[in-house]
Ligand binder design. Structure first.
Ligand code: URA
Length: 184
């Protein structure tokens, strides 16, 4: 981790801006290349992520890692973070006030990493980064612009795992198209 991210991680760990810290095992700050060209933003830690203190290490994470490989990327190439840094109880959806409380940390991570691309994974990340009410289904698989960032929404791997025949092929196609965009 870079010194700037390490300092930010210490500050994030001490955050009490919402109540989720009370139920967590570990803060899930983020992982990867501090100078990544691609920042991947998911929703929130699940049980496995909470246990290990690392984003996307459970079933969804395994699929995300495979998808990154389909785009010619490894986990070490990119930086992976979430909208929420603490696990919501029973994996419920993030609440609007939790998103509001937690996203200054993501904003600061983004400022430090300064990626070219932000891959938003699922509805929560996509709607927060693009400031839209549209769902990921309408936005996925193409570049949108937010400030100086190229934003590329994709389905959440958990959704693809629940819909292997329909959604998974679209997720694979979107990551393979991302690989082409990165090579261009
Ligand atoms: N789902 C997410 O959105 N993020 C994780 O870190 C794990 C599962």
């Amino acid at each position: 981790m870079s010194a700037a991210l390490e300092q930010l991680c210490i500050e994030t760990d001490a955050c009490r801006a919402c109540t989720l810290w009370q139920g967590r095992t570990n803060l899930v700050f983020g992982v990867g290349n501090p100078q990544a060209r691609v920042l991947v933003v998911g929703e929130a830690p699940g049980a496995e992520e909470d246990a290990q203190g690392e984003p996307f290490v459970g079933r969804s994470g395994k699929l995300l890692t495979e998808m990154l490989e389909a785009a010619g990327l490894s986990r070490e190439d990119v930086y992976i973070a979430n909208i929420l840094k603490c696990r919501p109880p029973d994996n419920r959806n993030p609440l609007p006030e939790e998103i509001q409380a937690c996203t200054p940390w993501l904003r600061e991570q983004t400022r430090i990493i300064n990626p070219e691309f932000i891959v938003t994974v699922g509805n929560f990340a996509t709607q927060f980064i693009l400031k839209t009410d549209l769902g990921v289904t309408k936005l996925r698989g193409r570049i949108h612009v937010a400030g100086r960032f190229k934003v590329y929404p994709v389905f959440h791997p958990a959704y693809a795992l629940r819909n292997r025949n329909t959604v998974l092929p679209q997720l694979e196609a979107d990551f393979s198209a991302l690989g082409k965009l990165l090579g261009a």
